[in-house]
Each structure stands twice: as C-alpha cells, then as structure tokens.
Design a protein around this ligand. Structure first.
Ligand SMILES: Nc1ncnc2c1ncn2[C@@H]1O[C@H](COP(=O)(O)OP(=O)(O)OP(=O)(O)O)[C@@H](O)[C@H]1O
Ligand SMILES: O=P(O)(O)OC[C@H]1O[C@](O)(CO)[C@@H](O)[C@@H]1O
Ligand SMILES: [Mg+2]
Length: 577
C-alpha cells in the first residue's frame, strides 16, 4: 500500500487518508485476515499529501476516508512479529492481530496480494530479538522460497566462490540480512518502513548446476532490450553457474503447450542484443496455467524465467501458485518488461531510456517540418496506454515541444484555457507548434465524441481509439472552418518504430543486471519474485507487489510541474467548454 495510488497521509489530523472505500476494501482483502472497522469521525475532503505505511504507528492509527463521506477506520495492533529472514517470510501480517468488531476478509495469497511482514533485526546470535519494544517500524516485504514448501531441499556451495571473475570481489555473496529501503527520503524519528530483499548471489544454492533445466518466455508487447535480457540469462546461467540446458519457449505463454521449443546457448544468443524484438516471439492471451505447469513438469524444467509486463507478471504469479500447489522444485522468476514504464515499485523499466531517446528523433522531425512552413502544427503520438511517461520524458528532454498530453491529465479543446486557444497563441508567437501526445490521452473525451465500440486485445486490454488522427482532424477543422486560417499539419506516429529498436548502451547494462539478479535469485531458491531496481539497487520483489497497482505520472509530483514550467502549456484544470 505504501506509495500506491489512493492512499495518503493527513498531517493535520495525523491519519491515513484513502480516496475511496473500494481502494481500502481491496487493500484489506489483500492484507487482513480479520479486522475491525470503528467509525470515528469524518472531516472535509483534503488532498492526499504523502505516502505511508499503516504500521508506522506503534499503537493505533486512524484511517480517514477523507474524499468520501464514509467513516474513519481504526485498527488496533497487539503484537509484532519477530524478523528472521528465512523463517518468517510467509507469515500473514495479521496473524497476531485482534480486532473489536469482526469483519472477515479473505487473505489473498502472498503472490496475488503481497503480505508485508513486520520485522525486527536479528540479534547477535542470529535469532529474533524477544523485545517487542524494540520496534522501529521495519517492514520486510519478502519473496517466497522453495524451502517454504520443500523444507528438506539440499543446498550446494555457490560455484561463484570458485569463479576467477569473482576471485577478488570483496563480498562475492549478498548477506541474507541485506534489504533495501523502499522510501529513502525520511525524517528523523520516522519509522523505517517497507524493505525488499536485496538481489544478488547467495552463498548456498538450491540447484545442482548440472541439474538445472531452465526456460525463458517473453509475453506482451515489444520493448527495446528483450533480446538483451534473453542473452544475459543464457550467458549468465552458463558462465556464472555452468548451466547449459536452457530452452526458449516460442510465442509467449501459449508457446508452452502449442509450439516447439528452441535450445538456447551462449553461441546462439551471442549477437541478439543488437536486434530489436524478441527472438522467441511473443503473444497476448493464451495463458492456461494448468497446461503451462503440466508442460513445465513434462519437460523437466526447474527454473522458469518470464519476461513481460503487468499482465505477464500476473500470469507468472498464477504459474508460481500452481507450482507451489504441486510442490515442485521449480523456481519462477519474473523480469518486468514494459515500454510504458507503468510497473509499480521499480525505479524504471528496461527499454524506457531507449524509447525516450528514440522519441527525440520523431519530435525533432516534427519540429524541423513545422518550423519550415507557415502555421506549422506538428503532432507526435507516442506509446503510453495508461501512463504518459514516455511522452513526459521525451517532452522534457526535447525542449521543442509546446504541449504534452498524457492519459493522466485530461484536456479539452474549445474555449478559454483549451488546446485550440493555446495552439492559436503559439502560432501567433512562433509561427509553429509541436504537440506530443501519449496514445492513451483523452480517451474518455474521444469516446464521447465518436461512436466507439469497446474492443479488447487477446489479453483483455482495451484497444485504444486513435487520438492522434482524431486530434489532427479536429485541429485542421477548427482552424480552417472556424478561424479561417490554413494550418500546415504534420502528423507523425512513430510508436512501433520506437518499440522495435534495439536497446541503447545504458539499457543493455540494465538488462544485464536484471538477468543476473533473476538468475542469482532462482539459484538461491527464491521463487514467485520479480526483479528490479528500487532506489538504484536491485531487489527481489513479491510479484503481487508490482501487479497490484500501475505506475502512472502523478500530476501532484514535481516532475509534471517541471514539464508544465518548461512548456508553459495550459493545465486544463478549468474547463469552460
Ligand atoms: N490476470 C492474468 N492472469 C494470468 N495471465 C495473464 C493475466 N493477464 C494477462 N495475462 C497473460 O499475460 C500475457 C501478457 O499480457 P498482456 O498482453 O496484458 O501484456 P503485458 O505483459 O501486460 O505487457 P505489455 O502491456 O507491456 O505489452 C498474455 O499471454 C496474457 O494471457
Ligand atoms: O499493438 P500491440 O502489440 O498490442 O501493443 C500496443 C500496446 O503495447 C504497449 O506498447 C505496451 O503495453 C502499449 O503502449 C501499446 O498500447
Ligand atoms: Mg500491460
């Protein structure tokens, strides 16, 4: 819940705020076996101010549904759980909590709804401290481990210990105690908050390298860098752990049961990072958990590397759950992929930098075109289904953009403060204007103005209406018919060209770290996890944590304000149409 949309902190009343009851309901379903809701007081709506974790208060906190007329919620805590990285990671947070007025919620599994764990540091004897008072608000959101359901699994020394490459590394192995703080901006006295397990090689591994049979699958849309991740999983498994049985599953999830596999070796993948796309091919839809896990079993696969976006990670969670149900010695590792940068918790998704860089070329072209003609209006459409990160960062990087439209910030065309007025003003001042828009921008506005049927892709994602073509036509019509001015309109849609390029240098390095983190995690027996950087250090994150919310541009954050300050575009906050 920390830092997820819909929750905040009210400084004045020192309470948690939530935008709507259903957001809270969802959270409770994920995290609470039972709980009490005590009506307390209401107060007028107040904007959300800062993220929080509900367990930061040592005794009691109140939760105010400040944007609704609903009553406050109040939870009483009676006990904290001791922290031992290996033994406590699966305990539902609320095992030791009691509540006054019974209201029962089903607890989602750890994977589909992550369970934060209240924790204390180990004492010097490596045992949890008994002292409940030693409570500094530390929460570990841990990932599952194979020993949770296969307690007698043997361990083996990590082959990296004998690796020449790692011979002079000071700390070859990550300490089991190492965790990463989710929030790094803190104040004196504030609770330590949520942490994730640090990624990296562990001293003991839970697979004999010669017995590893790994597979890699890529699902969802393309993104620069997928081939690099595939390459680095293959090369990393081989060079660091001596694994040489690696299968490529072709064509996404459905490939497990409907396509042939491809043997992957360092030689086969040697050059693939120089190509866009995925050598394994990808698809949407076709996730059949039972068929997939049957196939994993039939092929004797014991490490599954799944590269894909939010939908794919939900699929990975379902596979992990089934694997756990069947008590298989199979590690399931997710590597988050999305060009939209819409995956929660992680700093940034791979391929995003490349996409922003590539978008510059389209914006430059639009700018060159429109400054070379009279009344030039350039429109560049970029990807971003629900999150306008590519558009926002490409705009900030370019300085040639007059206006950036993203899904998170509704806009309107007519009247005071509208887009037409702004375009007219810029044409008057500069003779040209460049508009960048994310494909998901203005969808509600657009669907109200055209006869749209709601279509979905094979994965169930809503198919978007073409805002670029629509806006182009609207601007043309407005200026020629209403204003009697002929505008020179240039519409550029580079979306698939951006997505299809190979990753740039920094994304290549990033992809390598992701692949290696995933390998180390799987070899160390972690499973049901996603890897990714949290405040620049790589972490193992419970899959449910990255799928429960979408990362979107927060209009109340400074980055959007920086954009508005740089373009001086309208905020579209006051609609007069
Ligand atoms: N809730 C879910 N449970 C199981 N599988 C899912 C779920 N949602 C999506 N999938 C499967 O995950 C795969 C990819 O999903 P989707 O097409 O939504 O792309 P994605 O992974 O979100 O990537 P992107 O949106 O970045 O292109 C599909 O094969 C789809 O069937
Ligand atoms: O046309 P496709 O391949 O389904 O993908 C389009 C979608 O994929 C994404 O690139 C990632 O979700 C979106 O930005 C875009 O809407
Ligand atoms: Mg998606």
């Amino acid at each position: 819940m920390l830092n997820t949309s819909g929750f905040g902190w009210n400084d004045v009343h020192q309470c948690v705020t939530v935008e709507a009851p259903d957001i809270l309901e969802e959270y409770l379903k994920c995290n609470f076996q039972t709980c009490t809701i005590i009506p307390e007081y209401t107060h007028p709506p107040k904007p959300l101010q800062k993220p929080f974790h509900p367990f930061q208060s040592k005794t009691t906190f109140s939760m105010d549904l400040s944007l609704t007329s609903s009553p406050n919620l109040h939870f009483s805590r009676t006990k904290t759980l001791p922290f031992s990285p290996r033994f406590y990671k699966h305990l539902p947070y609320f095992t030791n909590f009691t509540y006054n007025k019974p209201k029962t919620y089903s607890t989602k599994s750890l994977i589909t709804g992550y369970c934060p764990i209240r924790a204390q540091s180990l004492n010097q004897n490596n045992t949890p401290s008994d002292d409940d008072d030693d409570d500094d608000g530390f929460v570990l959101e841990d990932v599952p481990h194979l020993t949770n359901y296969l307690p007698d699994l043997p361990t083996y020394p990590n082959p990296l210990e004998y690796s020449q490459a790692y011979a002079i590394v000071k700390n070859t192995f990550v300490s089991p105690e190492d965790v990463l703080a989710y929030q790094i901006v803190v104040q004196k006295g504030s609770p330590r908050g949520v942490h994730f397990r640090r990624a990296g090689p562990r001293e003991k591994v839970y697979f004999k390298p010669e017995e590893v049979r790994a597979c890699i699958v890529t699902c969802g849309g393309l993104c620069p860098g997928i081939n690099t991740v595939i390459r680095e999983i293959v090369c990393g498994l081989n060079s660091m752990y001596g694994v040489n049985k690696i299968l490529g599953i072709e064509g996404g999830y459905r490939g497990f049961y409907s396509r042939n596999t491809m043997e992957l070796s360092p030689k086969i993948v040697n050059d693939i990072h120089k190509r866009g796309g995925t050598i394994l091919q990808t698809s949407r839809g076709g996730h059949d958990t039972n068929k997939i896990v049957d196939n994993i079993q039939d092929r004797g696969i014991n490490q599954v590397y799944i590269i894909g976006g939010d939908g794919t990670q939900k699929g990975a969670a379902a596979i992990y759950k089934e694997v756990e149900k069947r008590r298989l010695h199979v590690a399931v590792a997710g590597i988050p992929k999305t060009i939209d940068n819409d995956i929660a918790v992680i700093d940034k998704s791979f391929g995003f930098d490349t996409a922003v860089e590539e978008a510059q070329r389209a914006i430059n072209a639009a700018h060159v075109e429109v400054e070379s003609v009279e009344n030039g209006v350039g429109i560049v459409k970029l990807m971003g289904r629900y999150s306008g990160f590519i558009a926002m960062f490409a705009t900030l990087a370019s300085r040639d953009v007059d206006c950036c439209l993203i899904p998170e910030s509704p806009f309107y065309l007519e009247g005071q403060g509208g887009l037409f007025e702004f375009v007219q003003q810029r044409l008057k001042e500069n003779g040209h204007v460049v508009i960048v828009l994310a494909e998901g921008a203005g969808q509600d506005y657009l669907s109200g103005s055209v006869n749209a049927t709601e279509e979905k892709d094979a994965s169930g994602n809503r198919l978007l209406l073409d805002i670029g073509l629509w806006l182009t036509q609207k601007i043309k019509d407005h200026f020629t018919t209403v204003k009697g001015v002929a505008v020179n309109l240039k519409y550029i849609d580079p979306t698939y060209m951006i997505r299809a390029v190979p990753s740039n240098a920094s994304d290549n390095i990033y992809c390598t770290l992701l692949a290696q983190s995933a390998i180390h995690g799987a070899m160390a027996g972690y499973t049901g996890f996603t890897v990714g950087p949290v405040n620049s250090r790589h972490a193992y994150i419970p899959i449910g944590r990255v799928t429960e919310a979408t990362n979107v541009v927060k209009l109340t954050d400074r980055m959007w304000a920086r954009l508005l300050a740089s373009t001086n575009q309208p905020t579209f906050l006051n609609k007069h149409e």
